[in-house]
Design a protein around this ligand. Structure first.
Ligand code: DC
Length: 233
């Protein structure tokens, strides 16, 4: 019998670079568990918005900190290959992707106690097996010893267009300019915050997918997986 080692793949990068699409594809192709760390920050943000902890343009940190103790955010897999974020028994996957949540998630995720809370959960979700996790600080802070680290980039125009198309397909009327503005604001806050800012880990492989198809990204990772781990997918 072959002993299968635990492998963690960390996928970090700028907003809307297609990290989750890529990570889901790798998870499916190679049989890894996919975990979306950004969804956790979005879940905390939704909870804060729905419970009046964001008002007058500010986050009520004194109210949010104790509220986290009773917050049950976790992932469920309905069996169709998707992973959905739940708050207790409520599926919140759709609600966490709105522009309102996107507008507040970077300030919320810059709060140190929020980062500690999310990191603890990410560690507990990934206790066993092979895991691929995407985010901003997975290869630098959450799993600094990850067996494989990937850092994703793409041009601003390509990223904004992808995000705009995604929102438009869901019937969201947000303009291209607003999408671009939100993307740049998040890039700035995510990479300038004090706690665990977005940056490329020194040992990360860079993937600039501005001009790549998903199939080309797959071929790229297949080469890496075979070379690093001898895994064919
Ligand atoms: O991947 P995403 O766009 O869904 O992430 C939403 C926000 O969450 C992102 O703007 C910054 C924050 N985030 C973070 O700070 N650290 C992570 N590991 C993942 C996301």
């Amino acid at each position: 019998m072959i002993t299968v080692p635990d492998i963690i793949i960390a996928v970090d990068g700028w907003s809307s670079t297609g990290k989750s699409t890529f990570a889901k594809l790798v998870a499916k192709q190679f049989g890894f568990l996919y975990l979306d760390s950004g969804a956790m920050y979005r879940g905390v943000t939704l909870h804060a918005l729905e419970n009046g902890m964001i008002s007058g343009g500010a986050v009520d940190e004194a109210a949010l900190e104790p509220a986290l103790a009773g917050l049950d955010l976790h992932f469920e897999r309905p069996g169709d290959g998707s992973t959905r974020l739940f708050c207790g028994s409520r599926d919140i996957e759709k609600e966490i992707r709105t522009m309102e949540v996107s507008g507040w998630v970077s300030p919320i995720s810059a709060i140190p106690f929020v980062r500690r809370w999310v990191d603890e959960r990410l560690h507990s979700f990934s206790e066993k097996g092979r895991v691929i996790m995407d985010g901003r600080d997975i290869g630098t802070t959450v799993f600094p010893n990850a067996e494989l680290k990937i850092f994703m980039t793409a041009s601003d125009e390509v990223r904004a267009q992808r995000r705009f198309d995604e929102l438009a397909a869901k019937g969201d009327p947000t303009s291209f300019e607003d999408v671009m503005k939100n993307l740049k604001e998040r890039d700035y806050i995510d990479s300038h915050r004090e706690t665990s800012p977005l940056r490329r880990a020194e040992d990360a492989f860079e993937l600039d997918n501005s001009d790549m198809t998903l199939h080309e990204e797959l071929v790229w990772i297949q080469g890496l997986m075979q070379g690093r781990f001898g895994i064919l997918g």
